[in-house]
Every structure is written in C-alpha cells, then in structure tokens.
Design a protein around this ligand. Structure first.
Ligand SMILES: Nc1ncnc2c1ncn2[C@@H]1O[C@H](COP(=O)(O)OP(=O)(O)OP(=O)(O)O)[C@@H](O)[C@H]1O
Ligand SMILES: [Mg+2]
Length: 227
C-alpha cells in the first residue's frame, strides 16, 4: 500500500514560486489500477516524479508499506525504487546503438548473471507482444507502439510490484492505444499495481480508480471499469 499524505509541490524560478500540486492525499491499494487524467501542464508528470522519489515534494509525505520514503537516504530510496517500482517515462529513452534486448537488460546487467537475465527479458518481450525477430533491432527501427511495449518490458524486468506509466498511450492511434491498455489489463489481472497518468479520458476505461488532476488537486471520478 502507498499512502500519499498532504503532498504539495512548487517550483521556484526567477519569476517566483509556482505551485503545481497542493495538499494531495491518496491511498493506493495493492493490485489495483489507478489512472489520473488531466490536460497538459496540470502536474501529472510532477506527481509521478514525487511518488517515485525522482522529485522531492515541497511538503507532505509518501509511505510505501509504512516506510517513510523521503526519510530514507538518497541511496536507500533509489534502491527501494529499483526493487519495487517499474517506471515507464513519458519520453521513453533508449540507447540508440544497443539492440532492443540489450536496452531491456542494461538497467540490471550488474545485478544478475546474463544467462538468467537474457531469458527473462526474452520472455517479457514476447509477453508484451514483441516477437523475437525484433530483439536484435535498434530502437529507431521500431514503431512508436513497439517501443512503448519494450519500455513496459524493461520496466517489469526487475519484477517490481508497482508499475508507473506516464502517458503510455500518448502518441498512439486508437487501435494501438486499446492494445496497450489490454496489455496493462493483463498485468493488472496478474496482481500488478498500476499507476498511470494520461491526457486521454478514454484511456481510463479499464482502471479501478480514476482521478482527475484539476486545480492542483485530485478529484475522484466515478468508476466505469469495463472488465
Ligand atoms: N523542474 C521544473 N521547474 C520548473 N517548472 C517545472 C518543472 N517541471 C515541471 N514544471 C512545470 O510544472 C507544470 C506541470 O508540468 P508537468 O510536466 O508535471 O505537467 P503534465 O501534466 O505532465 O503535462 P503533459 O500532459 O504535457 O505531460 C508545467 O507548467 C511545467 O512547466
Ligand atoms: Mg507529463
């Protein structure tokens, strides 16, 4: 369970302080799919950054299974993140001169022997719908949708209990979007906790809990889960 308590985040620059998130509280239960939607610049990526410890909240706290995340040392927080959180970034980055399969294993290359890591990566890539002819291709030779699927496989390689996806369907057409949501649904059915943010209200359709980020706060929407 993740407890977010009174989380606020402001950025300060030369023109002063801008408040992005104000006093947000939310409890995230294991094995559920939470989607937060809101227009551009409402603070969705900022919220995920605070949740995953990539950004420090200005005030408030985040507890993972009772552990005060921001009271951990930077190293302990980063270790916790590596172990428990898979993050699919809004602007997915790959190393262009490495193959798809290498891009998936690289974050864990020092943690596990290659002879177990590569088979795991292959299984995951197949599971997300990437056939093995694509494993040795370079990232730029894949479609946007395929790259998004690879990013999900990479985020899941460390077997995290929480999968965070920042706008995973952003640049996809309707069919591709639905395919990607089906994939997330598959992981949700396997007990994965999913936290997703999106600008697209239609992308919320399989979620267990839907929130709108509005006026720096989360507003819970009616649930309309399809399956
Ligand atoms: N490091 C930063 N310093 C100053 N302002 C920032 C910083 N990061 C984000 N912001 C500002 O915070 C606001 C929210 O940004 P954020 O990226 O969280 O929005 P978003 O909802 O994810 O938008 P999008 O849908 O376009 O991805 C924006 O106005 C942005 O310019
Ligand atoms: Mg964003």
């Amino acid at each position: 369970m993740i407890e977010i308590r009174n989380l606020s985040k402001s950025f300060t620059n030369s023109s002063g302080q801008t408040d992005i998130l104000h006093n947000i509280s939310l409890t995230i239960e294991k094995g559920q799919w939470y989607t937060i939607f809101g227009p551009s610049c409402t603070g969705k990526t900022t919220f995920l950054g605070c949740l995953a410890g990539l950004l420090s909240p200005t005030t408030g706290e985040v507890l993972y299974d009772g552990i005060q995340f921001f009271q951990l040392s930077d190293k302990a927080r980063s270790n916790y993140r590596r172990k428990h959180i898979g993050f699919v970034y809004q602007n997915v980055k790959f190393l262009q001169h490495y193959s798809i399969i290498d891009n998936v294993v690289l974050p864990f290359i020092h943690d596990e022997p290659k002879k177990t890591l590569y088979p795991k990566a292959m299984t995951l890539l197949e599971q997300v719908g990437i056939c093995n002819e694509l494993f040795e291709r370079f990232p730029e030779d894949l479609s946007v949708e395929e790259r998004q699927r690879v990013a999900i496989a990479r985020a899941l390689l460390g077997n995290p209990s929480i999968l965070i996806c920042d706008e995973p369907t952003g640049n996809l057409d309707v069919n591709e979007r639905n395919g990607l949501l089906d994939l997330l649904s598959f992981y949700r059915a396997q007990g994965q906790t999913i936290i997703m943010v999106t600008r697209d209200e239609d992308a919320t359709k399989y979620s267990d809990y839907i929130y709108k980020l509005e006026d720096k706060q989360l507003v819970e929407m009616d649930r309309h889960r399809i399956n």
